[in-house]
Design a protein around this ligand. Structure first.
Ligand SMILES: NC(=O)c1ccc[n+]([C@@H]2O[C@H](COP(=O)([O-])OP(=O)(O)OC[C@H]3O[C@@H](n4cnc5c(N)ncnc54)[C@H](OP(=O)(O)O)[C@@H]3O)[C@@H](O)[C@H]2O)c1
Length: 331
């Protein structure tokens, strides 16, 4: 049996291309004592992977050239020499862009696949869902009646942010690329409004959608959108800086012009990385699970079929071709 896998072949300068990856078949190893061999079923594609492809220092360790691309996976145990896992167990781990993975059991967690689809553990009931919960409820701390704005609003994180804001009695306004995404955010997810930043009138459209300004901004994109939002922030408002995806593929970073708003409006701005906040996961996950089970949080997935299509799907994610959580169905 062979293990098809995707390696980092070279580091991109600016935009990622399919040439930065190499798809190859490797022999399948047997587990040693204490090890578990898993078959990956679902692979999560996430924007942070772009940062790891760079040489430079970031908040996460860089990905080495020639190594299997890192990534979150849902898998099935096919052979176990570790007493904690049995053949057939469904597990969540970081087994990367490959068909099979070997683990010593550390960082591998059994999941209950009987109540929710397994893929949800990589999205709304996984890292992206917890990211939304932490950034909104722990950092922004919105109060009922306040206005919450989130960028990349139709994506894995943004879609959950706006729905939690609604559950907390806030006015939720999304920013997303294109009419179709904005319609989804308002009509299906229940946001109060959504601004299509690609429509060519970002400042005017934000002004119209925000008659009472912004109390909380959940930042996913940076660049010109951040500038336009800063101009609409209220006194004593809060910004959670979660991501800056518009800057991940540029060689010349965007210079923010409306920085003065932070002083004038006494804005509290804080960046965060969800993996630093391990103490909050045990509170966030059951709450998210309850909302999903009760139909109060909805989600969508964009699924690429087959590991060999992962590089194309990853580039598509960075270009906004996904709606909701971007996944790869490995098997
Ligand atoms: N801090 C943390 O711990 C943490 C954890 C998870 C994710 N994140 C960050 O959260 C953000 C969202 O992640 P996600 O997994 O939920 O991804 P996602 O929103 O599902 O997908 C990325 C989306 O970003 C938008 N985008 C891409 N280029 C853009 C640009 N130039 N300007 C504006 N929007 C652009 C696209 O939507 P449009 O079509 O609407 O442009 C695209 O669909 C990312 O910045 C990511 O790095 C941070």
């Amino acid at each position: 049996m062979k293990n098809r896998r995707v390696l980092l072949a070279s580091r991109p300068t600016g935009w990622v291309s399919e040439e930065n990856f190499k798809v190859e078949d490797a022999p399948l190893p047997s587990p040693a004592d204490g090890e578990v061999l898993v078959k990956n079923l679902w692979l999560s594609l996430d924007p942070y992977m772009r940062g790891r492809m760079n040489e430079g220092k970031s908040y996460a360790a860089k990905q080495e050239i020639g190594e299997v691309m890192l990534g979150g996976t849902v898998a099935e145990v096919i052979e176990s020499k570790n007493p904690k896992f049995a053949q057939g167990d469904k597990v969540l781990g970081m087994l990367g862009w490959q068909q099979y993975g070997m683990s010593d059991g550390k960082g591998l967690n059994k999941i209950d696949a009987s109540r929710v689809p397994m893929s949800a553990y990589l999205g709304v009931l996984g890292m992206p869902g917890v990211t939304a919960w932490v950034g909104l409820l722990d950092i922004c701390q919105p109060k009922a009646g306040e206005t919450v704005v989130v960028s990349a609003a139709s994506g894995a994180v943004g879609s959950v942010v706006g729905q939690i804001a609604k559950l907390k009695g806030c006015r939720a306004v999304g920013i997303a690329g294109g009419r179709q995404k904005c319609d989804y955010v308002v009509e299906e997810l229940g946001f109060d409004a959504c601004v299509d930043y690609k429509a060519g009138a970002l400042n005017d459209d934000l002004k119209a959608a925000l008659p009472k300004g912004i109390d909380c901004y959940f930042e996913n994109v940076g660049g010109e959108i951040l500038d336009a939002v800063l101009r609409r922030m209220n006194p004593f408002s809060r910004i959670a800086v979660c991501g800056l995806i518009s800057q991940y593929n540029v060689t010349e970073p965007y210079g923010v012009k409306a920085f003065q708003s932070i002083l004038v409006n006494r804005i509290r701005l804080q960046g965060f990385i969800v993996s630093d906040r391990t103490e909050l996961w045990a509170r966030a996950l059951p709450e998210l699970a309850g909302w999903v089970a009760g139909g109060k949080i909805k989600y969508r997935e964009t699924v690429a079929q087959g590991l060999e299509n992962a590089p194309r799907a990853f580039i598509g994610l960075l270009k906004g071709e996904n709606l909701g959580k971007q996944l790869v169905k490995v098997a």
